[in-house]
Design a protein around this ligand. Sequence first.
Ligand SMILES: Nc1nc2c(ncn2[C@@H]2O[C@H](COP(=O)(O)OP(=O)(O)OP(=O)(O)O)[C@@H](O)[C@H]2O)c(=O)[nH]1
Length: 331
Amino acid sequence: MSDPEVQSDERRASESAASAGPSSLTQASAPVGSAEKPTVVLVIGMAGSGKTTLLQRISAHLSSGGKPGYILNLDPAVSEVPYGANIDIRDTVNYKNVMKQYNLGPNGGILTSLNLFATRFDQVIKLCEKKREPQPAFIVADTPGQIEIFTWSASGAIITEAFASSFPTVVAFVIDTPRSAAPQTFMTNMLQACSILYKTKLPLLLVFNKVDVARHEFATEWMHDYEAFSAALQKDTTYAATLSRSLSLVLEEFYENLQSVGVSAATGEGMDEFFDKLSACRKDYELNYLPELQRRQQEMHETEVRRQAAELEKLKLDTQPKQLQGTALQP
Ligand SMILES: Nc1nc2c(ncn2[C@@H]2O[C@H](COP(=O)(O)OP(=O)(O)OP(=O)(O)O)[C@@H](O)[C@H]2O)c(=O)[nH]1
């Protein structure tokens, strides 16, 4: 596969400006925690949970507030995107060609397309960092339903780390509420969310979608009241139900640190609360994730300084006159 360049809507609109080198609008980027940085929202969730519909709703909500978001589509297999994507993976990677070229099925094709795109992710970050008028308050990314991308694949780690080291970043984990009404399906969803949190370590907002079909209060009750969850499983004596009960106890601490909200991407219900919860998650990023990121960066910097000092010392020794070295070593 060739080494494609990431396309953005601005690039498509103004080919000549893009080829003239760095835009005059581009400026040195602000520190990651600063107030002027937009919040990145990674919308992750199982297939059919409503991610794309939610993106459409978020995009419309932000545009109606006069500050359009910067929207990314990272799903290479989606046939239609019902929102105006500023960056669309499909402009860079042809998922069907990837399947053919690497002899893969649909899942492998999606994973490999994302891996190929991830190798160009520095360009995506540069485009996101570009100064715009009005400056977007949110950069929102739609992702494929194959959530294993974010639990074990290389591209998921590259994408989340690239975003999180450049912008305050939050994961919005979308759940199909009507389909989670069965306690064991609910538990499966919680375990998926937990593994995303474990892998990315980013603030996570549980988005119970489709509340126009089924209310989400049962889910918040199950998260905060073990007895209620256990009661829902009362008639079930299978091994899976016993395991679900035990897991519910183990997950108590995980639930405590989570924000959650009920929305309907279809009707727009709950969107104001959704944005309030995103602000709380951004604060969490600044309070907890950012200091840890800065500590890791400082550690890497110190290791690099030590490595360079050791190299310099070695170079000095190598370039000393041979006799001197010899004299010093002679008894
Ligand atoms: N009633 C209702 N239906 C919804 C809502 N959100 C999404 N849907 C429907 O759920 C189905 C799946 O929605 P999508 O937005 O395509 O879901 P997705 O998570 O992007 O799906 P994948 O791209 O397969 O991962 C569609 O038929 C939507 O119309 C909602 O809030 N309420």
